[in-house]
Design a protein around this ligand. Structure first.
Ligand SMILES: Cc1cc2nc3c(=O)[nH]c(=O)nc-3n(C[C@H](O)[C@H](O)[C@H](O)COP(=O)(O)OP(=O)(O)OC[C@H]3O[C@@H](n4cnc5c(N)ncnc54)[C@H](O)[C@@H]3O)c2cc1C
Length: 493
């Protein structure tokens, strides 16, 4: 992380007093015991208590905090619920941690337009809870949905089981209110599908708190499908399970969700939640179909046929909602299940072309032997998004570093086979130093120019996403090689 600025550390009392003047009452935490609660996000391997925690309750307070920090050159790390798995909300010793959890109101629900307008601290699941009585729901469903905030979902472009059919956060957010580091309040997008101008909303979704602070989100809500049924399909080989996934998609079927678990994950999950998973298979697919009853029944028949032709050894179709929920229970509890069998685990998040799955899994097995650490695998198989969990013990000297090196090799492998470094957990600090594996220096400089357009002093969440932060003035320079001005035909101002 960037070296803390001694000048800022020395001004701590002044900074805390300024924050108290903007956010009165209990909204400013500066006692070491209180700060400890915020020292890490879901990537608990890295910890750093912040300079001070500020918990505003209004957009106006957010804007004043940011404007003050900008004027006084103090860094700011936005934080939702702190469930990020990539260290996106990891605090800075010389930075304000700006928690959005008190902005937690649902502002408007419009069933006719099928939208909900919510503050950023509202949890993902709370949106569905607010609209379910009327038969609606919010589709993106990260496994952390009971805790993670919609502001954090926007910042990470979060995904979930149902994103295969219904899209990621970016496909379900229509507009945001964004406060810039200067304290200006912008509105990007709106209440409909189209809005005028450049797609700045698309830029902000997935920007990991580096461009501005989201203070309001307008999301699409969808009517609950008439029926949802799930299939639980066991395979004797992971390769044939991967082939089945590829053939289902190739047949033009887009299930509501299609998840895969390997043998180790099946055993860990079954021991934890007793979901009734078969224990004699190498790979398990959970495939959910939703829509009108007849369509679900028809598609279940088609998928069963594809599964059989790929040598499925067991197939169960849910007969009730309770049974469907039990199929999902193990998958949804895969992370805590890993936590039961290992003191620590490190969850990766690479994405690969679906057809490379068997090859990647085989090579991951080889890496597991080389590094001497076990790995268990759950995937959003339909999207090719892998979540290998490397099991380690942080109390054993050197094991964290070995797990990190193993994880980095897995992500390099994902890029090598034509995939990407992250599917849904973001870059944060976790994958920051691997960005050059995926992007050229020119790509990275161009991405940083976008950052500079929003935050020229690099005060918002520095140390995340970019392996090196160049001063913005440096990036703005025109490079003249051998006296030749690039594009001489263009007028210069
Ligand atoms: C058990 C478990 C399961 C998970 N499963 C999934 C999953 O299935 N799919 C998935 O996508 N993720 C998953 N995650 C990761 C995590 O829940 C998501 O990344 C989530 O979107 C983070 O939301 P949060 O509110 O906790 O954000 P935080 O962790 O607080 O912050 C995440 C990032 O967003 C920024 N940020 C937060 N709020 C704002 C805001 N209002 N404005 C600007 N920037 C902001 C922060 O600076 C940080 O960079 C899982 C995590 C856990 C612990």
């Amino acid at each position: 992380m960037p070296e803390p600025d001694a000048g800022v550390l020395a001004r701590r009392r002044e900074i805390v007093a300024a924050m108290r003047a903007i956010v009165p009452g209990e909204g400013v935490i500066d006692h070491p015991d209180g700060l400890r609660a915020y020292e890490a996000d879901g990537l608990t391997a890295y910890r750093q208590p912040p300079l001070v925690v500020v918990l505003p309750e209004t957009t106006e307070q957010v804007a004043r905090v940011l404007a003050w920090c900008h004027a006084n050159r103090v860094k700011v790390v936005p934080r939702g619920a702190g469930t990020s798995l990539s260290g996106g909300a990891l605090p800075l010793a010389d930075g304000v941690l700006l928690g959005l959890s008190k902005l937690n109101r649902i502002l408007d629900i419009d069933y006719a337009d099928r939208i909900a307008v919510v503050q950023p601290g509202v949890t993902n699941l709370a949106i569905t809870r607010a609209v379910e009585e009327q038969g609606f729901y919010y589709a993106p469903d990260p496994s952390s949905q009971i805790a993670c905030s919609i502001g954090g979902n926007v910042a990470e472009n979060a995904g979930g089981v149902h994103c295969l059919k219904y899209g990621l956060t970016t496909n379900n957010v229509l507009g945001v209110e964004l406060v810039t580091i200067e304290g200006e309040v912008l509105r990007l997008g709106g209440r409909g599908l189209e809005s005028a101008g450049l797609d700045l909303l698309g830029l902000v979704v997935g920007s990991e708190g580096l461009l501005g602070v989201v203070t309001e989100v307008t999301v699409r809500i969808l009517p609950r499908p008439q029926t949802a049924r799930a299939l639980l399909i066991g395979f004797a080989e992971i390769e044939t399970a991967g082939q089945c996934v590829a053939e289902v998609i190739a047949a033009g079927i887009i299930p509501a969700g299609m998840e895969m678990m390997d043998r180790a994950a099946i055993h860990a999950a079954e021991a934890f939640v007793h979901a009734g998973y078969p224990l004699d298979v190498e790979a398990l697919l959970i495939v959910e179909l939703d829509g009108p009853e007849g369509e679900c029944a028809h598609l279940i028949g088609e998928i069963e046929a594809i599964a059989r032709s790929n040598g499925a050894v067991s197939i169960r179709a849910s007969a009730s909602d309770a049974e469907r929920a039990s199929f999902w229970a193990g998958r949804k509890a895969a992370f805590p299940a890993a936590g039961r069998i290992s003191p620590d685990y490190y969850c990766m998040d690479g994405t690969i072309p679906r057809r490379r799955l068997p090859d990647v899994l085989r090579r991951m097995g080889v890496l597991s032997e080389q590094y001497g650490l076990r790995v268990i695998n759950v995937f959003h198989a339909g999207d090719g998004n892998l979540h290998p969990m490397i099991l380690y013990d942080a109390n054993q000297p050197g094991e964290l570093e070995t797990a990190e090196a193993f994880g980095a090799d897995i992500l390099r492998l994902c890029v090598e086979v034509g995939g990407v470094l992250t599917g849904e957990h973001g870059v944060g600090v976790e994958k920051r130093d691997l960005m050059p594996v995926m992007f050229s220096p020119v790509d990275l400089a161009q991405q940083q120019r976008v950052k500079c357009a929003f935050d020229p002093e690099l005060l918002l969440n520095p140390g995340k996403m970019f392996p090196e932060l160049h001063r913005c003035a440096e990036l703005g320079r025109m490079h003249v090689h051998g006296g030749a001005v690039p594009f001489p035909e263009l007028p210069r101002f």
